[in-house]
Design a protein around this ligand. Sequence first.
Ligand code: SAM
Length: 333
Amino acid sequence: MRSILEDSHGRKASYMRVSVTDRCNLRCVYCAGAGDFIPHPNILRYEEILDLMDLALRLSIEKVRFTGGEPFVRKGFADFLVAAAARFPALELCVTTNATLLGDQVERLAKAGVKRINISLDTLDPAKFARVTGRDLYSRVRESVDRCLAAGVCLKINAVAMRGVNDDEVAGFVELARTHPMDVRFIEFMPVGLENGWKDSAVWKAEDILAEAARYADLTPVDTACIKTRGPARMYAIEGGLGRLGVISAYSNHFCDTCNRLRLTSDGKLRTCLFSDKVYRLRQALRHPKLGIDAVERIIRKAGRHKPLGHELLERTPKDHGVCRTRMASIGG
Ligand code: SAM
């Protein structure tokens, strides 16, 4: 049967990333960039997000990942997550966070069923962490990592791989994955957003990362093809290790052909491709007295059909330019 959100290239959208805020308490050099914050009245209310999730579920979305900005800087986010988990037991609910404000919430989230947490951590060096993020909060992130592991959360650590920033830390990240039951993944630096310092020479390619990692551990590819909502990471088991190492070659070897993602920004714009600035405005339709959720459904169906092949956009981009002008912090990664 044809999936409800199947596009003209035969791809089925089953995964939606929902950004709940464009604000963040970190100032990561590669992410923040310049730009105004979205005014509060334009941010979707939690009830509106729940209504959109309800619709998404009807449209065959199976997995929702909350993101930001930093989701935990938004007031009431942990309560909202618990409520969302109770209301949508059929949805796989996940969250991606910098984990600086996560620590105290871990146990209740795990108990509520939010058991898939991605933590962004680009360096294992506290001083470098402060330089990259603009905040001296490394120890708080590590505490959250420990609490996630203790609570039995399915944990992934994501590090943006950047030449000249963390390309001297492969051994440390391999050791982290070897000694802990978690996935540690390097994500190639992507040309998203302007003024984020992206340039071709800063991209530390997945193949180079793997070649170096192989100096520190025996890596065996893990076949994730059987996992229904699998991500774009190539994962490797570490001989004698508890966790796994992975790479996401978002730039050098894009996976647009199998992309199953939609993105909802905190001001209610639907984006069908990370590398495109094309947006579909859901908030206006949702709040319009004569339109509402039925009109939103029509817009999402149309958007789903017209999802572009992102790598075509990437290939047209001059070197050292962002493909998409919007800051990553306001899209949600
Ligand atoms: N604050 C949350 C966090 O830290 O996970 C969620 C938002 S953040 C925008 C989501 C992810 O995007 C983070 O892992 C971040 O490192 C990543 N990211 C931001 N800019 C990026 C870029 N240009 N290339 C690759 N990843 C990027």
